[in-house]
Write a protein that binds this ligand. Structure first.
Ligand code: APR
Length: 242
């Protein structure tokens, strides 16, 4: 941990990259591993673009569960620690998560690679709505429809869809220009997010992983901090600011 504290002190530009493990201590289930969402739902049946086009109502049983879990979730202290890193050179938070907890905690420089559950989209006419305006009916299992009659969908990247290109370009630029990347709570099996740390390393950055277990990326990391995201981040900030 002391080496990571020193790396933060020396860093000109810091990027934090987060996955579902960052939100577990806020009560949001991860996708993989024990009790993971994909152990209960088949992502290709419930969260792919072909599944949504053929049976949007079925996909909404998963969307509703995710909205139910995320909408009322509160960011834990680890999120506040990420906000505090903005005083220490944090230039971007790149997240695979769609729960919006970084913004809820006060982070402003958030790049959501996989979109967000907080916005709804109509694939037919492009109409957009805020989930919060329809959350009561969604939680009553009503499927939100656009005025044009089409079933709306959360503005998340479904399997088989491209990632938002502008967000992706900004994420690559951030990692290519940072001097420290902290990769938190991701199983590092989904591209292109899994390549961010290695791209940062190739650009000369120190790369750190925070996870409760090792991942395929761990051998490439300069430092591995084993532990829960909230616990590790709070300790990091306490040492940094002591
Ligand atoms: N603190 C830190 N890490 C944790 C914690 C915790 N409290 N709890 C779990 N983890 C770790 C797990 O060990 C695992 O490595 O978080 C990771 C969660 O992995 P996934 O569930 O695969 O989540 P993620 O890596 O974000 O998935 C990437 O896959 O299905 C797609 O779009 C979905 O964005 C998601 C992407």
């Amino acid at each position: 941990m002391e080496k990571v504290v020193e790396a933060v002190r020396r860093a000109e530009s810091i990027v934090v990259s987060t996955g579902a493990g960052m939100s577990v201590e806020s009560g949001i289930a991860p996708f993989r591993g024990e009790n993971g969402l994909w152990s209960k739902f088949d992502p290709h049946e419930m969260a792919s673009v072909t599944a949504f086009r053929s049976d949007p109502e079925k996909c909404w049983t998963l969307f509703k569960l995710q909205i139910e879990e995320c909408f009322y979730a509160e960011p834990h202290q680890g999120y506040s620690a990420v906000v505090a890193l903005e005083e220490h050179g944090l230039d971007a938070v790149i997240t695979q998560n769609v729960d919006g907890l970084h913004q809820k905690a006060g982070s402003e420089k958030v790049l959501e690679l996989h979109g967000t559950l907080n916005d709804l989209l109509c694939d037919s006419c492009g109409n957009q709505k805020k989930t919060e305006d329809l959350v009561d009916e969604i939680l009553e299992k009503k499927i939100p429809r656009c005025e044009c009659g089409t079933v709306m969908r959360p503005d998340v990247v479904l399997f088989g869809e491209p990632l938002p290109q502008r967000t992706l370009r900004r994420a690559w630029s951030a990692v290519e220009n940072c001097s420290l990347l902290i990769n938190i709570g991701t199983s590092a099996v989904v591209q292109p997010a899994a390549s961010l740390p290695l791209t940062a390393k190739r650009s000369g950055a120190v790369i750190v992983e925070v996870n409760v277990e090792k991942t395929p990326l761990t051998p490439s990391m300069d430092h591995f901090l084993e532990g829960k995201a909230g616990d590790v981040l709070v300790e990091l900030l306490e040492r940094l600011e002591s």
